[in-house]
Design a protein around this ligand. Structure first.
Ligand SMILES: C[S@@+](CC[C@H](N)C(=O)[O-])C[C@H]1O[C@@H](n2cnc3c(N)ncnc32)[C@H](O)[C@@H]1O
Length: 275
């Protein structure tokens, strides 16, 4: 069912770095849609979006909700999505803007798009440049070389996960690792020790890991701190830190599969020669 109300929704990303990482299509939605609803932490990016948009609704203060008794991050995200949806339901073309990629570790846009579509509105997402894209460029790591696993730090801690030490492991949000109450945006040495203990089942404690923080404007320096895994609990982690764990083991060939493929190739070659 298509909703005849003319409201619509597009979710865009502003990239990680001020100036240059905004895609032309994201820019055109920001400039031309009736209202931009956004949670953009970087002050200069926020200021630019405010200046070029027709109307701007800032969601940043909604994070204060977490301090209210009985409320946590999930309530904040739901309220952000509801604000986006109520602007759309009032008939506006809404551009919801988030830093990085609007759909990577950004549940608000996924919630808003799913709800908008369920109500019959046009809603879609435009990709943006994420922290992972910057990481690949800044660290010179090709996820194609050894494969890559990528997950949220607390999720890794509290669920049974299969970690493959021959691939690159990217752990997002280590700066709030173990914060199960979803009330504050920080972690502590004790929670990080639990994370290290779990990682130590797969990696040696002296394995070199990287604390990565992409520069968010041209004046900032990208953080690439290489430390021992065992030293992680004492390291300074921020909300924007990503933990990068390079492979600890080399890839081993699966000879049985290689033999199967070679046998198939040999029989195909024989059939072709006989044809
Ligand atoms: C809620 S997620 C947002 C990710 C964002 N949507 C993106 O596309 O990259 C927040 C996490 O992204 C990563 N992150 C955010 N800013 C970063 C930066 N400047 N450098 C490295 N990682 C960053 C960190 O792991 C952080 O905890």
């Amino acid at each position: 069912m298509t909703n005849l109300n003319k409201g619509s929704l597009v979710c865009v990303g502003t990239g990680m770095r001020m100036g240059g990482q905004l895609t032309p299509i994201a820019r055109s939605y920001i400039e031309s849609f009736d209202v931009v609803v956004a949670a953009i932490p970087h002050i200069f990016t926020r200021k630019w979006v405010m200046d070029v948009s027709k109307e701007y609704i800032c969601l940043n203060s909604y994070y204060e909700d977490m301090k209210i008794d009985g409320k946590n991050r999930r309530d904040t995200y739901r309220r952000m999505a509801d604000t986006i949806l109520s602007e759309m339901r009032s008939g506006k073309r809404v551009c919801a803007a988030f830093y990085g990629h609007p759909g990577i570790f950004a549940c608000i846009s996924h919630m808003a798009i799913a709800d908008a579509r369920a109500e019959g509105y046009d809603a879609h997402m435009e990709p943006g440049i994420s922290a992972l894209d910057c990481l690949v460029a800044d660290l010179g790591i090709d996820p194609g070389s050894y494969g890559m696993q990528s997950m949220e730090s607390t999720q890794f801690m509290i669920y049974q996960r299969m970690i493959d030490p021959t691939t690159l492991l990217v752990l997002w949000q280590p700066g709030i690792a173990g914060e199960l109450a979803l009330k504050v945006l920080e972690t502590n040495e004790e929670y990080l020790q639990v994370l290290v203990n779990k990682l130590a089942l797969t990696y040696p404690l002296d394995h070199e890991v990287i604390l990565y923080e992409a520069a968010t404007d041209p004046l900032e320096k990208t953080r690439i701190d290489k430390i021992r895994l065992g030293d992680l609990p004492q390291a300074k982690l921020r909300q924007i830190t990503t933990l990068v764990i390079p492979p600890a083991k080399t890839l081993e060939r699966d000879q049985a599969i290689i033999d199967q493929i070679n046998a198939i190739t040999a029989s195909l070659t024989k059939l072709r020669a006989a044809a």
